[in-house]
Design a binder for this molecule. Sequence first.
Ligand SMILES: [Zn+2]
Length: 228
Amino acid sequence: MKLIIFIITIVILYLIYQKGWFTFFTKIIFRGNDSKKTIALTFDDGPQPIYTENILNTLKENKITATFFLLGANIEKYPDLVKQIISENHEIGNHSYSHEKLFFKKPEFIKNEIRKTDELLESYKIETKIFRPPFGFMLFLLPFITKQFEKNIILWNINSKDYLGLSAKKISGKILKNVKAGSIILMHDGRGIKGGNRSNTVETLKIIIPKLKAMGYDFSTISDLPLK
Ligand SMILES: [Zn+2]
């Protein structure tokens, strides 16, 4: 049964992404326009003390805006960081409440995960139109549900894999080698709802920003990223 659902999912995701089958499902975006040298830095799982602040400071020094996919549970814990992200003009996306995989979950569970985080953001007067599933995992049910919430699903085409414990030098090298026009780069300022060390991500950012600028790239939030 699970295999059948998986195969149906692959077919539907193909139809949504390649054929623009958006009547019942939301858009799934992996990248922006590949003829414009604009890229989007995205940070998942925050906010989290120290790391989110350090990342915000680096972005500010470089006059760059980015997108933070926040977890509802962490929004509750760290309201001051949410306020800082907003006041510094970054975009906020919904990354679920508890970071549980939304694979083979009942519709009500998925809706609750999205709704709880939306409600928390509403108290900051933020109404986000973008959702990133935990771990990027989804079946066809998710784009069907996000349509009801009027949110596009945002994935990435460059995964920094900053969660593997690699050095900042290694993470940077991989990003700089693979980046291209329209790239959406996945990084992390948090680690699930438990949190964890993200100093390599902070260091990576300091390495890649000047190099990406020298390569002629501009930076954008997801909603301002030119699409194809
Ligand atoms: Zn995540």
